[in-house]
Design a protein around this ligand. Structure first.
Ligand SMILES: [Zn+2]
Length: 351
């Protein structure tokens, strides 16, 4: 269990939250905004530990009471994490593209109205809060404004603009920022990652320590390296790229499935196998390919900046094609079709 002091590189946010936890009046709705993987979820858990601790003093959790032990074991009955994939536990065919109103009702609004198990109140953390659809956001308003009893609701998002103004105005904004890439690199090395991996992961994640660690673990950094090398060999590498994307997508689905299984075990340990889990493979594939498209667009931009003006039109066409493919992926167009078409446009850009 991490404490607020363990959060890396978010000094302003942590100082503010530390002061808030010491003050007698704790905001009951917080909006953590900032890029993915910079510590929003870890901070929310650390805050929850203080909020739920039975002997917290001066804004610090005691680390020894039953509540702290339960937080440490990730099994606190009053700590609720709400995330898109929860819907898959209820409806096996659901794609979990957004946070549906049923999920918000069942996992937040209803339990918020019940008595807390350990008597210290309840904490609800909504991951990717911007994926709440309109119905979900509207349903949440009342609870957000006047949560029953001693309740802390923390919304996490990298796109606060996607939230209704009424949601934003009812919650206290806490801003998390990107970290300088060099700081992420040296922090990764400090954590035992080898220098080359650390440099690539810091660069690819654009200064997000959480994404960097996750992508190293999931093989995304290694895959990204292969892709970038292959892009440098265009148009010659076009023949193999479509197949490469397919392979990457399959490997990515496997790692994400393993991740989700582990998370499900932690958060629903008491529910057992009551709900048959069926992961929406298609959604995961699109998410994985989005990461690769982002890396590709970044590489083309670098090439655009360093190459002579005669190659400018080709680079611009490649960047444009990449963004268009990303839009098609969002719009549910057949994945294989999108990627084949993209690789073709990448290689044809050279005329
Ligand atoms: Zn405690």
């Amino acid at each position: 269990m991490k404490s607020l002091d363990d959060i890396f590189g978010q000094d302003a946010a942590i100082r503010w939250l530390g002061a808030m936890m010491k003050s007698p009046r704790v905001h009951h709705a917080l909006l953590f905004a900032g890029p993915p993987g910079v510590g929003k979820a870890t901070t929310a858990a650390a805050l929850a530990a203080i909020f739920l601790c039975e002997k917290s003093e001066g804004g610090v959790a005691c680390g020894a009471c039953e509540s702290c032990n339960a937080m440490h074991k990730e099994s606190h009955p009053d700590y609720h994490v709400i995330y898109r994939q929860l819907i898959r536990l209820e409806k096996s065919e659901a794609a979990a593209r957004d946070l549906a109103v049923d999920t918000i009702r069942r996992h937040l609004i209803e339990p918020a109205g019940l008595k807390s198990s350990r008597g210290r109140g309840k904490v609800f953390v909504v991951e990717e809060a911007d994926t709440m659809n309109l119905n979900s956001q509207n349903a949440l308003l009342k609870t957000l404004e006047e949560p029953p009893g001693r309740t802390l609701i923390i919304l996490l998002t990298d796109s606060p603009d996607y939230l209704l103004p009424t949601i934003r105005s009812r919650s206290q904004l806490v801003q998390f920022g990107y970290l300088p890439i060099d700081r992420v690199r040296s922090e990764l090395i400090k954590r035992g990652i080898d220098a080359k991996d650390a440099a690539d992961a810091a660069e690819m994640s654009e200064g997000s320590i959480g994404l960097a660690l996750r992508w190293l673990e999931d093989g995304v950094v290694a895959a990204g390296r292969e892709l970038l090398a292959s892009l440098d060999e265009l148009p010659g590498s076009a023949m193999t790229l479509s197949g490469w994307f397919k392979q990457f997508a399959e490997a990515y689905v496997k790692t994400q499935q393993a991740r989700e299984d582990a998370k499900k075990k932690r958060t629903n340990a008491d529910e057992g196998d009551e709900h048959e889990e069926k992961i929406s493979k298609d959604v995961t594939i699109r998410e994985g390919l989005h990461i690769m498209l982002r890396l590709a667009a970044g590489r083309f931009r670098q090439q655009l900046a360093s190459a002579g003006y005669e190659s400018e039109p080709a680079r611009c066409e490649q960047i444009e094609a990449t963004f268009e493919a990303a839009r098609y992926l969002d719009r549910n167009v057949n994945v294989a079709l999108v990627m084949e078409n993209l690789v073709m446009r990448w290689s044809r850009a050279f005329g």
